[in-house]
Design a binder for this molecule. Structure first.
Ligand code: HEM
Length: 426
């Protein structure tokens, strides 16, 4: 690495965020950082620092003048600005005003009947088998179904073949490079080569977005579709505060970002919830008997098993964290997953506890905080609720049915790759 901006700091943890030991037992690392009284780390496999303190992350996120998103949420330095998470005000404010209508409560709630019907149809399909890989069968499919409802185009090719396998492959490959130790995602993808299945899948996904954009433009022009037919039609027809429109590049960027940010994360959340309920003694039975516990089950899982480990900010001016002076434009990873285990905020933080106060649990940082707070958080919560309300009464005596595999191909996310479950069919 030429001219690194970071170096080991006395008293700080040295962590390889891409390593097998970290990905296997990252909570131990966060726990150790908190226990040491020094919740900072220097990364040994990429040029960045990391922070796990809840209050320090909050103060960084409130320091808008210093801490910027312009280089993007990944370790690499983005050269062309992306959308929302990769821009700062005033550009961020402009984009938010355009997209605000698309992320309204009304729009999210209008998806409820479709989501409920989707869940019932999935459960009808698998019920008599008495077993399934819940991750593949539902956690992966429900969030993609929802995003495609919003975007306004199907999850199947014209001949009925599902697009999910290659959409997922593309997402895993792209998000998988976010923590590339060399800090150059373009280079990391180039090294995989154009024939790599993930790279091919990502290219096919871009093609799918381009075709949808062209269809939206054509159908808006012919009057067949209206401004509110889908999110992309809204993007094409909603002017920003100064009357200018989003460019087509930005709209492509939004499709890409929404598909990834809205599905990869929610998929992890859904599998994590079931995993928690089935592995914490008595938890599944309690929530079955008292569905009022569903919101706390969702939030406590989000807190303890934050789908996103952390995302980056860079400093616009010289500043210190934890007493260490930083060069301008140093990458600092805000560890949402670590902050959620901060004993300053949560008593007995490593324990899953359905009796915690809901409002306090919701102080978790799994959806970020401040300017870039997740716009899809209400939708993700709704998906979690509909998912559980469909599964709990239907799948009696739900239990794990084989080895649960963890997903390690995407170091910036944590989660499950395979969740075999079984239930009683009589
Ligand atoms: C459990 C599921 C989800 C998790 C854990 C999650 C997590 C996050 C996090 C941590 C951020 C903040 C990024 C930062 O500060 O750099 C964020 C931003 C965002 N998320 Fe989510 N997200 C989830 C679901 C969704 C869904 C379902 C959608 C949309 C359909 C969505 C859309 C967005 C958008 C648009 C932003 C950018 C906000 C901005 O920069 O203004 N997310 N998400």
């Amino acid at each position: 690495m030429t001219n690194p901006k970071t170096h080991p700091v006395e008293g700080w943890a040295e962590v390889d965020f891409n390593s097998e030991p970290f990905l296997t037992d990252f909570k131990k690392v966060y726990e150790g950082m908190h226990a040491s009284g020094c919740p900072y780390a220097h990364s040994t496999s990429g040029d960045h620092y990391a922070v796990a303190s809840h209050s320090e992350i909050m103060s960084i996120l409130k320091g808008y003048d210093v801490w910027k998103s312009k280089y993007g949420p990944a370790l690499s330095y983005l050269e062309t600005p992306g959308v929302l998470v990769s821009v700062d005000p005033p550009e961020h404010t402009f984009e938010v005003r355009i997209v605000a209508d698309c992320f309204s409560k009304e729009i999210f709630e209008s998806l409820i009947p479709d989501m409920e019907a989707f869940m019932q149809a999935r459960l009808d399909e698998v019920f008599e088998q008495g077993e399934m890989d819940l991750h593949d069968a539902i956690s992966v499919t429900l969030p993609l179904f929802v995003i495609h409802k919003l975007l306004g185009f199907p999850l199947e090719d014209e001949d009925g073949t599902s697009r999910i396998p290659w959409i997922r492959e593309g997402i895993i490959t792209m998000v998988g490079t976010m923590l590339d130790p060399e800090g150059d995602r373009a280079d990391a993808l180039a090294q995989l080569g154009p024939d790599h299945t993930g790279v091919q899948a990502a290219m096919r996904t871009q093609q799918m977005y381009a075709e949808h954009l062209a269809e939206c433009k054509a159908k808006l022009a012919s009057g067949e579709w209206q401004n509110d037919t889908n999110i992309v039609c809204r993007f094409l027809t909603t002017p920003g505060p100064d009357g200018t429109m989003l460019t087509e590049d930005k709209i492509m960027g939004f499709m890409n970002f929404l598909e990834t940010a809205g599905s990869a994360t929610t998929t992890i959340m859904l599998s994590n919830i079931i995993y928690r309920l089935l592995t914490e003694p008595g938890a599944y039975e309690r929530v079955c008997a008292d569905p009022d516990l569903i919101p706390i089950a969702i939030e406590e899982t989000l807190r303890l098993d934050s789908p996103v480990q952390g995302l980056f900010r860079t400093n616009d001016t010289e500043v210190e964290i934890g007493g260490c002076p930083l060069d301008v434009d140093t990458k600092v990873m805000l560890l949402w997953a670590g902050a959620n285990l901060d004993p300053e905020v949560y008593e007995d933080p490593m324990t899953f506890n359905l009796d915690r106060d809901l409002a306090k649990v919701r102080r978790h940082l799994s959806f970020g905080y401040g300017t870039h707070f997740c716009r899809g958080a209400p939708l993700a919560r709704l998906e979690g609720e509909i998912f559980l309300k469909a599964i709990l009464p239907r799948l009696k005596n739900l239990r794990l049915n084989g080895e649960v595999q963890m997903e390690k191909r995407i170091p910036v996310l944590q989660g499950i790759r395979s969740l075999p479950v079984a239930w009683d069919t009589d």
